[in-house]
Design a protein around this ligand. Structure first.
Ligand SMILES: [Zn+2]
Length: 283
């Protein structure tokens, strides 16, 4: 785990496990000779990705941002995505915490590699909240698109990861910008219509959890937009709106899927935004 402070807030970056996704899908229209210089694909053309999730402790409450892929995956998914099963208990153990200590879970969106750890299987196969005391939060528009379940999107949206929370009245639906305990969410649509980023302010610093708006440091360039994105031109607008703020306000960015550069500040030269990796010890 990586720990640092932002004013009175204690932040902990937790490792929710690794997964591998197709390199071409991760970089959209960018040709392989370009993206493969930065991310070397394996023999199945997949690139290794992290699932970095963030715990925000304000001294009274603990808020978890995203939950990784979680547990309960069968052999087929574990093979295709090189997934490991990781329970909430296993996720939190390195931070010395237990699932019942989490007060809130904020989902940036409801894709399986971000919300998979929301629920966990019981002996009968049904899934229940993995964090038994937590209230969960997502944008209303995100639940709406997840429930469309059409052929293009249903491989990423798995109802057992969120419907049990709706049934148990545990999922709070947001409409745009919202303050949730010590964090603020802001819509960043494009990857999905209901995706949000999460901003944490403390000690004069802004920490921004970028979710799949900028999944790795290699996605800072504007045209580096994932093939998975449902509305890539909307992603482009979101990047052009949000990244200049990250530069001018000196945000600490967290890249959820970057195993090598989980945190960075960004600068802009001649319109090109580049990352300066943050060593969490100095962050
Ligand atoms: Zn996603």
């Amino acid at each position: 785990v990586i720990r640092w402070a932002a004013g009175d807030l204690q932040l902990t970056l937790l490792d929710a496990g690794r997964l591998r996704l197709d390199g071409g899908a991760m970089f959209g229209v960018v040709p392989k000779p370009l993206w493969s210089r930065e991310r070397t694909p394996d023999e199945r053309n997949r690139i290794e990705l992290a699932m970095n999730v963030l715990l925000v402790d304000d001294g009274r409450t603990k808020t978890l941002i995203d939950t990784g892929a979680g547990s309960g995956w069968g052999e087929k998914e574990r093979d295709i995505f090189a997934l490991e099963n990781k329970t909430a208990e296993q996720l939190l153990a390195p931070a010395g915490l237990r699932p019942e200590q989490i007060d809130r879970v904020v989902n940036t969106h409801l894709h399986f590699d971000h919300a998979g750890g929301n629920t966990e299987p019981q002996a009968d196969g049904s899934r229940v909240a993995a964090f038994p005391r937590a209230e969960y939060f997502a944008q209303r528009s995100e639940l709406e698109i997840a429930r469309v379940q059409n052929e293009r999107i249903r491989a990423s949206y798995l109802p057992p990861l969120y419907e049990p929370l709706v049934e148990a009245d545990r999922l709070r639906l947001l409409d745009g910008v919202a303050e949730i305990g010590p964090v603020r969410v802001e819509p960043a649509p494009g990857h999905t219509p209901g995706m949000q980023i999460v901003l944490i302010e403390g000690g004069g610093e802004t920490v921004a959890f970028m979710a799949d708006l900028v999944p790795t440091a290699s996605h800072l360039r504007f045209p580096y937009i994932m093939g998975y994105d449902l509305e890539p031109l909307v992603t482009l607008e979101s990047k052009k709106r949000i990244l200049p703020r990250a530069v001018s306000e000196g945000w600490q960015l967290i890249f959820e899927h970057d195993a090598e550069t989980p945190m960075a500040r960004v600068t802009s030269e001649h319109g090109r935004i580049t990352a300066q990796a943050l060593n969490p010890q100095e962050a």
